[in-house]
Ligand binder design. Sequence first.
Ligand code: NAD
Length: 329
Amino acid sequence: MPKRILITDYVWPNVDPEKRILNQINADVIVAPDPSEKTLINLSKDVDGILTCFAKVTENVIEAAKNCVVIGRYGVGTDNISVETATNLGVIVTYVPDYCTEEVSDHTIGLILSWNRKITFHNKDTKEFGWGNAGLGMRIMRLSEKTLGVIGFGRIGRSVARKAKAFGMNVAVYSPSLQDDQAKENGVNKVSLETLLKTSHFVSLHTPLNEKTQGMIGEKEISLMRSDAVLINCARGGLIHEESLFNALTKNYIAGAALDVMEDLQPAIDNKIIQMENTLITPHTAFFSQESVLELQEKAATSVVQVLQRKMPENVYNKSVLPHARMKI
Ligand code: NAD
């Protein structure tokens, strides 16, 4: 009997790349017409695997999916999946942690350049008021020799540091697991969080969001920053205590903020931080390129195929499931 794979939801034009890969095991692909729990419970009853983007794969869905051996998450975070239930029931959860490192680091550098060179401002101003209207009173720094503070030195933080160094920036890093020799190898200065905040012209966040990092940049941390510094967040909105940021931006304690993510996953257009003059906002697009999304689709589908072929996929999120997994690999 052919394997059956349920795709709960997706945000790209089509699922042809997944179908091509799942075709290697002649799997039938079922695409959910909507991501409600009721629909997913009905559709998961006889599937062997589930691929999911943002839909909630709840305890009830996983309990209904009696034959399911693998849930593949399109992306880095797995917070839309009841991983505990999956683990208890022997279902392997896979994820894709590395499909957009180049995109997010490009985006971070893009925000630094756009902020500093006032590119979006001048573009809008020129179209509205014409050529030759721009005053040169605004603060534009020579980036070379300025300091970029990178908080979190994983895949994306390292890539941002490498790119910033090409612009001649000094890179200061705070990341608990960073060793002295790694800092030396990467040509960055390992510093305390306090030093980083006090000395950086740009502070960029690249840590995961968890109980320890939630609100890690609050009133106290912002008060340590230079008054001409810019806070950049292409990681997760919850890392910043937004009320403290709003207060600091209102009182010009810091120069501005460039944000791709906010506490609210779908902030309203009249969100007070979005509408401030000293913020530069993109709507959670840092991960996106045609290449990154194709890589995401292919890697997520490949992991599901590998589990069904009893092969170890590259990224298992709930490794503790392996000894009692429904599908031994
Ligand atoms: P990673 O796991 O490779 O690196 C995270 C780094 O943060 C690690 O070096 C870790 O030691 C460090 N860290 C953990 N806790 C810390 C703390 N309290 N203080 C300082 N450093 C700490 O992750 P990554 O691939 O570099 O991704 C970073 C984050 O970017 C992800 O967690 C994700 O939330 C976010 N992200 C955003 C987008 C987007 O589109 N905006 C896309 C992908 C990833």
